[in-house]
Design a protein around this ligand. Structure first.
Ligand code: C6P
Length: 412
């Protein structure tokens, strides 16, 4: 049975507070989501009952911690439909996953003259590791252009992804434009040119069902904190055939098999990549977040968020002097909505909204190349999750209207 979205808020105690004497409306979910009691309880239970280091002790607590940690890996495997748990690496988050790839896959496979293809809508985490890699290797970084509504220009993509391409690395969902990129089709284009497809799943995994095999992604990175889990834990999925050929990025305890004086050997997958004491509690809580999301159902979450967008985007577009970025048709827009108000700096918009208890982000959203591409210094951004409601949307609309009035009067 489907959970009733109107009662789901009860799972998130943090939402029931006042900010600046107004009930909080949290619309900064693309930055990080809130955590339900179901996840917080697991975190607390772990530290109160099972806390021990993993993979080392023979004592009971260590066995429990290890079993829970590895059980969580299995939950994540099923959640993204990876073939085997050996392909699921725990990281600190999306940024760590992409950096590991640039170091490990990049060092092993990228040669001078190779081309790495990203797009203008990428987050800095999916730009800078590649800038650094091409500099080390004498390779070239290329950018896929976007259409006016923020879609990847697929005609240009057909030319830019070619026999020189070694890596295509793209966001599944943009953290600014709210578009979903056609990763499956782009993966086919990459593979037709013997390139690997890397997916930045940070803004997709929390909001829709992900199937890494169906996408035919070679690698897929995401963060727990954007999907009801804690900060400091994330996942890098990779096909076994690549992970086996790659060297670990970090070395030390937990990841070794034998250590001699002058050389060492590594454990098998996935542990060879997980040096040092991992974020055990975080991984277990991520497993709890996966359970929680599964109970609601990723398809239900996707559908519900789409209903919110169908409701709020047209109302936003009706406001005089507003510009919303990304697709103008709500059917093609996710719950990440960047916007600007004529003549008011986005930071002032965010501050004014905060005075009304509404949390949105303002700035470049870690996507400066995109801001330059769109000729914008910054935007405000409201981003929705499944615990937001139409009432939250109404509060946002009213507060934006009030902000406009305030600045209009203030300017007189
Ligand atoms: N975007 C936002 O407010 P980390 O920080 O490693 O968990 O995730 C990085 C990251 C990578 N790719 C995309 C598409 C992202 O949106 C993010 C994080 C947040 O938009 C914080 S900058």
């Amino acid at each position: 049975i489907m959970r009733d979205f109107s009662t789901i808020r009860k799972d998130f105690p943090i939402l029931f507070q006042e900010v600046n004497d107004e009930p909080l409306v949290y619309l900064d979910n693309a930055a990080t989501t809130q955590k339900p009691t179901q996840v917080l309880d697991v975190l607390r239970h772990y530290y109160e009952h099972d806390n021990a280091n993993v993979h080392r002790g023979v004592h009971t607590l260590a066995e429990r911690a290890t079993a829970d940690y590895e059980n969580s890996r299995e939950k994540v495997r099923a959640f993204i439909n990876a073939k085997e748990t050996a392909e699921v690496l725990f990281t600190r988050g999306t940024t760590t996953g992409l950096n590991w790839l640039a170091r490990s896959y990049g060092d092993a496979f990228i040669k001078e003259g190779d081309e790495i293809v990203i797009s203008y809508m990428e987050h800095h985490s999916n730009i800078i590791p590649w800038q650094q890699l091409v500099e080390r290797k004498g390779a070239t970084l290329r950018y896929l252009p976007l259409t006016d509504e923020g879609f990847i220009d697929m005609t240009a993509a057909k030319e830019i992804i070619n026999e020189k391409t070694a890596i295509v690395s793209l966001a599944y969902v943009s953290n600014v434009l709210g578009v979903i990129n056609p990763i499956k089709e782009l993966a086919e284009m990459a593979h037709a040119n013997n390139a690997v497809m890397i997916v930045d799943g940070a803004q997709a995994t929390p909001h829709m069902a992900v199937d890494v095999q169906d996408l035919d992604a070679d690698f897929f990175a995401f963060s727990a904190h954007k999907m009801c889990g804690p900060t400091g834990i994330g996942v890098l999925y990779g096909k076994r055939k690549w992970l086996e050929q790659m060297e670990p990025v970090e070395f030390g305890g937990e990841m070794i098999d034998f250590v001699n004086l002058f050389d060492s050997t590594w454990k098998e997958l996935p542990w060879k990549f997980e040096a040092g004491t991992p974020n055990i509690a975080g991984a277990i809580a991520l497993g709890a977040a996966v359970d929680y999301l599964n109970e609601i159902g990723m398809d239900n979450i996707h559908r519900y968020e789409q209903e919110l967008v169908d409701y709020v985007l047209p109302k936003l577009q009706e406001i005089d002097g507003i510009t919303t970025y990304g697709p103008q048709d709500p059917a093609h827009h996710t719950g990440v909505i960047a916007f600007n108000l004529d003549g008011i700096h986005p930071h002032d918009v965010a501050t004014a909204l905060d005075m009304e208890g509404i949390a949105v982000r303002a700035g470049h959203h870690c996507a400066q190349p995109l801001m330059n591409y769109l000729n914008l210094p910054a935007t405000a951004r409201a981003s929705f999750y499944f615990y937001n409601t139409k009432e939250d949307a109404d509060r946002l609309i009213e507060a934006i209207k009030a902000t406009k009035e305030f600045f209009k009067d203030g300017a007189k």
